[in-house]
Design a protein around this ligand. Structure first.
Ligand SMILES: [Mg+2]
Length: 410
């Protein structure tokens, strides 16, 4: 049995933690440079705002309806996410952190799963003030369905059990909302008269394989309750986060730069392992005290038009971004990077400017991966990631198994 814990309107809810006056008030969170809406609460959705809407287009509506607007603060969101994952780790040892606001829990062998999920939900709400929904089911795809149902229940929890109840839910569940299906594919399936999850679960394996692909076949089998996606072979991560506390407070830009370069190396290795490229990188640093409107957390985001998995590109950019947010005379406790908008490398198109560079980088990165695989991590890397690494944490104050924060727990 799997459970998926998913934070409700995560970015907006993070902002609410520090602004309890905004409970039930519509909130939108904007992307870097306040370009477009990347997160919104259900109250904001009721005013017709959609994720991805350009800010200038909804400005008037925001004013008329008294919608509260926030610029995104990734350092804060990351920190809240870590606290939530730590709470989950108290309940079960087998956790897969799937994205900044989602995690899978292994529920096998647990008797009263529904009550446990309610308890977990309450703990996260009490301790971090974050509303979450939890879906429980025998497969990951069904757990995602349960999660969607749970979002609209006062308890926030839904378990797909017994079978009659699962059938009832699936009969009323739009295929467009199934994990991994999306709008394009659902339109295609509609043409064949398949509108609900129940109808899709009844499609024959052969027909699905012939007309579509093994990915969809897996989804169909999962809808029937046959687990095909386990903890390791989960669909690709949506976000990669590498972050650590420093071993001591740092005030030197070059040392923080070294740490970031090293984190870039870890994240890029993870990208290449999964045959992914990242289109977005955010770096964040945490100072001992605040020096601006963002408290003591500072972040900067960059968009790689075509996506990259190169340690070199990522590190170079991280250095440039650090330049923008670093202030001398301050001391820093932590730094991190987050990669998102991950796509498969073979589906990426290169533009004229990097078409010559990319194959060279690919070869170099392949050699680096090979050496590090054979002789251990970080045997070979960029000089910009430092040699002495005095900033490195001397002791792990975190739960066991927290290594580099690429994945939290196994
Ligand atoms: Mg969420």
């Amino acid at each position: 049995m799997f459970a998926i814990v998913d934070c409700n309107s995560f970015y907006a809810s993070c902002e609410r933690i520090f602004r309890p006056d905004l409970i039930n008030v519509p909130i939108v969170v904007l992307s870097n440079n306040d370009g477009c809406v990347i997160a919104l609460t259900s109250e904001a959705k009721k005013h017709g705002i959609k994720r991805g809407a350009a800010y200038f287009e909804i400005k008037e509506l925001v004013r008329l309806k008294n919608i509260t607007v926030f610029s995104s603060n990734y350092a804060l969101y990351h920190s809240i996410s870590e606290r939530i994952m730590a709470i989950l780790a108290e309940y079960t040892t087998n956790i897969e952190v799937y994205s900044i606001d989602e995690a899978w829990l292994d529920m096998n062998g647990l008797s009263d799963r529904y009550a446990l999920a309610c308890q977990i939900r309450k703990s996260i709400l009490d301790w971090v003030k974050m509303p979450v929904s939890i879906g429980i089911a025998p497969t990951k795809t069904l757990a995602k369905v349960a999660n969607k149902i749970g979002k609209n229940k006062p308890s926030g929890v839904c378990e797909l059990c017994p079978k009659e109840y699962t059938d009832y839910i699936l009969s009323n569940f739009d295929i467009a909302d199934i994990w991994g299906i999306g709008r394009q594919l659902s339109k295609k399936l509609n043409i064949h008269g398949i509108y609900t999850a129940k109808q899709l679960s009844e499609a024959s394996d052969r027909w699905v394989r012939k007309l579509y692909n093994v990915g969809l076949e897996r989804t169909v089998r999962e809808l029937r309750g046959e687990p095909c996606i386990d903890f390791e072979t989960a669909p690709t991560p949506k976000t990669i986060i590498v972050s650590r506390m420093f071993g001591k407070k740092l005030y030197n830009q070059s040392e923080i730069g070294e740490a970031l370069a090293k984190y870039c190396g870890h994240a890029a290795t993870k990208l290449r392992k999964n045959h992914l490229v990242a289109k977005n990188m955010t770096i964040f640093i945490q100072a001992t005290e605040g020096y601006g409107k963002n408290g003591n957390n500072y972040s900067c985001r960059y968009n790689f038009d075509n996506g990259t998995d190169s340690t070199i590109f990522l590190s170079q950019m991280a250095h440039r971004m650090l330049e923008q947010i670093f202030r001398p005379t301050k001391k820093y406790l932590r730094a991190g990077i987050m990669l998102d908008q991950l796509t498969f490398k073979d589906q990426t198109q290169y533009n004229l400017f990097n078409i010559a560079e990319t194959p060279k980088q690919d070869k170099l990165m392949a050699v680096i991966d090979k050496i590090n695989n054979k002789f251990g991590n970080d045997k070979i890397g960029l000089l910009s990631a430092g040699i002495n690494r005095e900033w490195k944490m001397k002791q792990e104050h975190l739960s066991p198994g927290v290594k580099g924060r690429v994945k939290l727990y196994h």
